[in-house]
Design a protein around this ligand. Sequence first.
Ligand SMILES: *Cc1c(COP(=O)(O)O)cnc(C)c1O
Length: 370
Amino acid sequence: MKVPFLELKPTYDSLRSEMDAAYHRVMESGWYIFGQEMEAFEAEYARSVGVRHCITVANGLEAMQLALMAAKIGPGDEVIVPSNTYIATWLAVSQVGATLVPCEPDEATYNLDPNRVEALISPQTRCILPVHLYGQTADVDALRRIADPRGILVLEDAAQSHGAECRGRQSGALGHIAGVSFYPSKNLGAFGDAGAVTTSDDALATKVRSLRNYGSKIRYHHDERGINSRLSELQCAFLRAKLPRLAEWNARRTPLAQLYLEGLQGVGDLILPHVPAWTKPVWHLFVVRTRHREALRQHLASRDVATQIHYPIPPHLSDAYGDGGWKAGEFPLAERLANEVLSLPIGPHLTEAQIIYTIEIVREYFAEGK
Ligand SMILES: *Cc1c(COP(=O)(O)O)cnc(C)c1O
């Protein structure tokens, strides 16, 4: 048996007629950017998240960058970010020239720990940027209780959490504004790069709409220095075809995660994902921790089970932030996670039999006395 980490072609196979219809609709329209498909997708995605506005943009990084620009966060302002995240979260803050204030995660959930966040608040703090890592929401309600009385913006990085819930509300509708990515491998992925900003704040939405289009509301009238982060009609049409299936695809991940949670309980030194009662994850990734990562990974590979590591180098130790003044040992939890996390295959492309096989191979590795 082979267990691939990711397979995108089955999505096209299962939606071939809708995808082909979307392609022909756009081609025949003769209109390829800023048209009906974008308007329709923005309305449909906003409704699905439970916010007033969705503004499509070119990718997830620029979604967060534009959200920060709209809130006029820049040089001299501090943004609290997780020490353990994909580097895009940090880069969005760097793009606007604001100061990164990394915060160590809650060790059980790997998401921002509200108590640690509160300790990092300074008079310069303008934004808290929680990431719903691996598809499980951070405790944004607790973060809002810290942020709201101080007038601090809560910007969600919802790139991994399409459809995830926190106390009954959806990721993307929990903070003041959110950035989402539709990179092909995400739970809702386009057929190329794509992203969006979601918010119920009318003023921020108007700002983002202008900033993504050269700072212009009326053609050739430029009110401010924006960027070009427009999403094509084609990607919007493809996303419209996929959106109605998101809930079903997410629902297919849950029983697979449940199999892992039961089948890997107490095996070796594995630490399994912890899901607090108030959150409903969408299992973008199924991440375990072990001190035997490299050997386990090799053993799985030798039995045709593909794994990945999210992420092997924390942003503060990456060369990109070599000039940031951070040293090894500065964020020990993020560093330990980077050394121990291993993502097992999960997704709607997999069957229960493939997950059970993966569990057997993991158990086999630890049975050999590790
Ligand atoms: C994928 C991802 C992004 C960036 O999205 P792009 O569309 O690739 O720019 C940002 N943050 C997290 C946590 C991600 O997983």
